[in-house]
Ligand binder design. Structure first.
Ligand code: NI
Length: 167
């Protein structure tokens, strides 16, 4: 498993529902969590590793590993908040994105157990970012066209290799 980066068409496709939560999915979720820890990300979605299935994993420092399979966002707060985001698939690019402050999500975990989670803060933000990946949407789609053009020019200039210290 490897992270694919912007330019790869898979990032623009909609992921498919997972019919059966089996050992293959369990193994995929473990590998995705490994990638997160190696690459120091907070979330990764199936399409980012070329797995076109509705799954994403989140690990925020100090919190448990979280796996979301076939997620549905049930509610999003009217209150929004602006905060800086990056993405493992768009290395070197960071920008402020406006998102709902809190969300309510329903999903299954890697053991096939359904759960509902209502949360705010960074976790709510990451959930919205990762959910977007399942729909073929990336964070740069959520900024103004002008800003997106600038960031894309920067991304192309660095060849998508990223400059970890540049913001
Ligand atoms: Ni991302």
């Amino acid at each position: 498993m490897q992270i694919i980066t912007l330019g790869n068409e898979l990032l623009r496709q909609k992921a498919e529902k997972i019919d059966k939560i089996d050992d293959e999915i369990l193994s995929a979720s473990k590998q995705m969590l490994e990638i997160l820890k190696t690459d120091k990300g907070v979330g990764v979605a199936g399409p980012q590793v070329g797995l076109m299935k509705r799954i994403f994993v989140i690990h925020i420092e100090g919190d448990e590993d979280r796996v979301f399979i076939n997620p549905s966002i049930l509610e999003t707060s009217q209150e929004t908040i602006k905060y800086e985001e990056g993405c493992l698939s768009v290395p070197g690019i960071y920008t402020d994105v406006v998102r709902s402050e809190s969300v309510k999500i329903q999903a299954w975990n890697e053991k096939g157990k359904p759960f509902t989670l209502e949360t705010g803060g960074l976790l709510a933000r990451v959930i919205q970012h990762e959910y977007d990946h399942l729909e073929g949407v990336i964070f740069l789609d959520r900024v103004s066209e002008e800003k997106r053009k600038k960031l894309m020019a920067k991304y192309e200039k660095t060849g998508g290799k990223g400059e970890k210290d540049s913001k």
